[in-house]
Design a protein around this ligand. Structure first.
Ligand code: PLP
Length: 384
């Protein structure tokens, strides 16, 4: 095969095989080439459509409302935690990666009482322990769980977690940032008070808007909880109900692009269609990488079709920076690992990527390995 013929997105940019921000369609980017005032009726109609469609995607019509938060996904997570957990509340954080750690830090900085239940990055939360902690510590009012922990790509058992939290009469806050729009989480079956996600992951918009799907009855109890002005979801929701507008300048172009991205999501078959494409991508990627000797961190039954963590090859000729640069030269951007349990790197399956892009990425991996004179991507040096 010929070398260094860059892959490209529809606009000629390198493809982002990353946890986000992601490759977006040309039409989503094209939606941004206009200017709108923040009180423009056309913009406000698009914004309302976006918020309503998100509630529909969540299966939450009539029970929940989407409250948008200007900023990246973490802004929405911080808004969710500090608006829902009152100063007298206590948050139990389930941790098996960096995003659980981050939620704990947010709660601690905000001066909320916390507890945590931590498992290694390749291990789902211990459900029996969760049940016991809730039985033993009546001060815990809320539980925080990450749906897909993007640190490793692990799929956490959110339905089982929700059932235990509900049985124990506590409230659930979900970070579904890297899953929402591709992996089913239906509010009619999974009971939660709030779920945070953002514009730039599985919905395939551009970065700049976080949002929280909030249970109406729970949000109504959140007045005065927030410890910041800008991240007060009660106030933000109240302003929308009263004026239909944001309290502070909205990322208008981002929201209009998200409106276009949500149309494309529906055209692809909604959550089922988007999830199928990502599962197809993940299968092509994992099968192809394993055929070259690479090993995944996670077994198939824990792996979400979002991002895949691979162990770093042990061949001393494998230099990650050269591997990364070789792939980038060929039009594929991958992501370093941030695990504590293993030296690793990650390749994403989400964004405007199709199985043929994953095949292209695999061919590029093969070429770069050849260039580095690495014959096997695994720890199986003895086989050489
Ligand atoms: C991406 C992500 C976030 C938010 O990250 P930002 O960089 O603030 O957008 C939060 N949680 C999870 C699980 C994520 O994947």
């Amino acid at each position: 095969m010929t070398t260094k013929k860059p892959a490209a997105s529809e606009t000629g940019d390198p493809l982002l095989l990353t946890p986000g921000p992601l490759t977006t369609s040309a039409s989503v980017k094209q939606a941004m080439v206009h200017d709108w005032g923040s009180r423009d009726a056309g913009f406000l109609a698009i914004n309302k459509m976006v918020l309503d469609r998100i509630v529909e995607l969540a299966g939450a019509q009539g029970t929940h409302v989407t409250v948008p938060v200007q900023g990246s996904g973490t802004f929405a997570v911080e808004a969710m935690i500090t608006s829902f957990v009152s100063k007298a509340g206590k948050l139990l954080v389930l941790i098996n990666g960096a995003y659980g750690q981050r939620a704990l830090k947010i709660a601690q900085i905000a001066g909320r009482a916390t507890a945590s239940l931590e498992t290694p990055e390749d291990t789902p939360p211990d459900l029996a322990k969760l049940d016991k902690m809730l039985s033993d510590d009546k001060a815990i009012t809320h539980v925080f769980a990450v749906h897909c922990e993007t640190t490793s790509g692990i799929l956490n058992p959110i339905a089982e977690i929700a059932a235990i939290v509900a049985k124990q009469g506590r409230r659930l806050l979900v970070d579904s940032m890297s899953a929402f729009g591709a992996l089913e989480i239906d509010a009619r079956n999974i009971y939660y008070d709030a779920l945070a996600a953002s514009s730039n992951k599985c919905l395939e918009g551009v970065p700049g808007l976080g949002f929280v799907v909030c249970r109406n009855t729970a949000l109504a109890e959140c007045k005065g909880n927030a410890t910041t002005l800008v991240l007060d979801l009660f106030d933000q929701a109240e302003a929308f109900a009263r004026t239909g507008q944001y309290r502070f300048t909205p990322p208008i172009h981002v929201i209009v692009a998200l409106g276009k991205a949500i149309e494309e999501h529906a055209a692809e078959g909604g959550v089922a269609g988007r999830g199928k494409r990502y599962r197809d991508n993940a299968k092509v990627l994992i099968d192809g990488m394993r055929a070259m000797g690479f090993q995944t961190l996670l077994p198939n039954d824990l792996q979400a079709p979002i991002i895949v963590t691979f162990h770093m090859p042990t061949d001393p000729k494998f230099v990650f920076q050269r591997f990364y640069d070789g792939l980038k030269d060929r039009g594929y951007v991958i992501y370093p690992g941030k695990l504590t349990v293993a030296d690793s790197f990650r390749m994403g399956c989400i964004g405007r990527l199709y199985p043929e892009h994953m095949k292209g990425a695999l061919a590029a991996v093969r070429e770069v390995l050849d260039e580095l004179r690495v014959s096997n991507g695994g720890p199986a040096l003895a086989a050489e």
